[in-house]
Design a protein around this ligand. Sequence first.
Ligand code: AR6
Length: 188
Amino acid sequence: MTVFALHAIGNPTGTRMIEIIRGDITKLAVDAIVNAANSALAGGGGVDGAIHRAAGPDLMRELSRYDGCPTGGAVLTKGYHLPARYVIHAVGPVWHGGSRGEPELLAKAYESSFARAREAGDVRSIAFPAISTGVYGYPKPAAAAIAVRVMRAHEDEFARIVACMFDAENLSLYTHLLGGNKTENDQI
Ligand code: AR6
């Protein structure tokens, strides 16, 4: 799949940027991509399925060493056949209406991802999908606000933070939150 739009939006407080890319996260040549995994680390559909298909079966072999991962947590593996050197498998919450700690757990999934990236020692660029906003049913506007808040809190620790958006609604939400103008269908 082609990455078909690139949004590089300046941070009003400095030179670092949170970039918004519309496309398939498995194509991104960053140090680490984040996966929206489940707590069994068992693979699945959505971005998880795409990452496993692109990385190859060694990814599942490495994950099978773990006895799962709690919601809000994240584990780091190699990227195998992906352009990214690492995959950080973050477990977002299933949306149950908002009264089961979903906002805190979603923020924790992003925080845990950044923690794993820092621990790796050589991650300068990291890309995130919109965790929990697919199969897990988290309302996209609320999830976007949390994701952008946590990304901004870590902006100074990385050379590049990419928000990789797959669908038009998330693209529009992130673009609005990050203060940019939406332009679509720019080939890169
Ligand atoms: N690149 C970037 N984003 C993508 C891609 C892709 N290739 N494919 C989908 N998305 P989801 P969740 C977007 O369902 O809600 C899996 O079965 C998608 O449009 O992948 O956290 C896992 O195994 C959506 O905005 O993850 C878990 O069981 C976002 O990624 C469960 O789904 C997240 O959607 C996790 O559900």
